[in-house]
Design a protein around this ligand. Structure first.
Ligand SMILES: [Zn+2]
Length: 405
């Protein structure tokens, strides 16, 4: 079935727009130009047509960050809660994501098979962490809020190269498209320090070798100094968070072609969640307050130096559906609106290795389209102005209630 969208302005990944028709055949864009005809014509005169947007750091398997509430609920409930999180993501015009831990192969396949609506996903399933690291669920009491491992969700707290080897292979076996590693401490984990580097060079080298053999990229939860630099040197595709970046880290990212995924929404999300009564550990809240200013400075320096940026939000640290707030925060770090839009489209697609298939409206690419009324670079009103979302040539239901909020 060939469909043509007529009369709209096609927005390029750099934010510039040109009036053109867009012809799609089944799931692909086949032509962009004038006077195109098809079996069905859709008039989008006066509207903007955007490529489907990306979020390269999200947790669709986590409904919120109230881990105590989650520990009290039946484990299977998270799959049903993910349905709403996925819809809230689609409502933002986000049609592709990289899940940084939490979503498993069942969630990904439920979308692929059309059982539920959701963004197409690359999944990490679970984050590798050293003992006592950002992903170690052990509480001071010795207990855990969640079971340590279950089918499809292998154990990911590892020490030493041989445990790393086994864990990477188990994650790949369970369906991981990307390896997520905590190469530094974090904010939401109560007992570690974002400034400390985690994993030693021999462990990182094993991750590099095993992911290269499996043909997948690595993404680093990396917040500071050596935790960031070790990951860049080990060949990680992206540094996510990047709260403390010095000149050496920035130069290394430029040399290695590493993406920065700032997740500027995340520390603010921790503070707001605490204000709303979510039981955030006091040490985590203190860390969140500590990092907001330096995070902005670091990202501003990296942007000025020309480091590649891809948009990731870390939702639900900030609630699912608030993703597009990241765009204005990136502009606040010195990006032009066009650069921020690029980070959410072509740059993100390239970061995920999908740049030939997605990220722009061009012949040969998958037909992910977002139809917007009004200026798409006015990010504060972008979500409310989204009228229709198409994913691989199919119209996606958009929840207008969610838009009103
Ligand atoms: Zn995250």
């Amino acid at each position: 079935m060939r469909r043509v969208f007529t009369g709209g302005s096609v927005v390029a990944p750099d934010g510039t727009s040109t009036i053109a028709d867009v012809l799609i055949d089944d799931d692909r864009i086949v032509d962009v130009g004038s006077g195109l005809d098809a079996d069905e014509s859709i008039d989008v005169t006066g509207k903007h047509m955007l490529p489907g947007l990306f979020d390269v750091h999200i947790h669709l398997g986590m409904p919120h960050i109230d881990f105590v509430a989650r520990a009290r609920q039946a484990p299977g409930l998270i799959y049903y809660q993910a349905i709403a999180s996925m819809q809230q993501t689609l409502d933002c015009g986000i049609t592709t994501v990289r899940d940084a831990g939490g979503a498993d192969l069942g969630m990904k396949e439920a979308v692929q098979r059309g059982i539920i609506a959701g963004p197409r996903m690359h999944i990490a399933i679970r984050m590798l962490s050293q003992t006592g690291g950002h992903g170690d669920p052990t509480l001071m009491s010795g207990g855990h809020l969640f079971p340590y491992e279950w089918p499809g969700f292998p154990r990911s707290v590892v020490d030493g190269p041989e445990e790393v080897r086994k864990a990477v292979r188990k994650l790949v076996q369970a369906g991981a498209d990307v390896l997520k590693v905590a190469t530094s401490g974090g904010v939401l984990s109560p007992n570690d320090d974002p400034k400390h580097a985690h994993f030693q060079p021999d462990e990182l080298e094993m991750m590099r070798a095993e992911t290269q053999a499996a043909g997948i990229f690595m993404m680093a939860h990396a917040q500071a100094y050596d935790g960031v630099k070790n990951a860049i040197r080990a060949g990680f595709r992206s540094i996510d968070h990047g709260i403390y970046l010095d000149d050496e880290a920035i130069q290394l990212m430029l040399d290695m072609g590493t993406w920065l995924v700032p997740t500027l929404l995340a520390p603010q999300g921790v503070v707001r969640a605490a204000e709303a009564g979510v039981p955030i550990p006091p040490s985590s809240l203190a860390k969140a307050h500590d990092v907001i200013g330096i995070h902005k400075e670091s990202v501003t320096k990296a942007v000025a130096a020309g480091v590649k940026v891809a948009m990731g939000t870390d939702c639900p640290v900030s609630p699912h559906g608030s993703n597009l707030g990241e765009l204005d925060l990136m502009v606040g770090c010195g990006m032009t609106p066009g650069q921020a839009f690029f980070a959410a489209t072509q740059s993100a697609a390239d970061c995920m290795g999908l740049g030939d298939e997605l990220g722009s409206i061009e012949p040969g690419k998958i037909a992910d389209l977002v139809i917007v009324d009004g200026d798409p670079l006015e990010f504060g009103s972008l979500k409310n102005n989204i009228e229709h979302v198409w994913q691989a040539g199919h119209p996606i239901h958009i929840d207008q209630e969610d838009h009103a909020g």
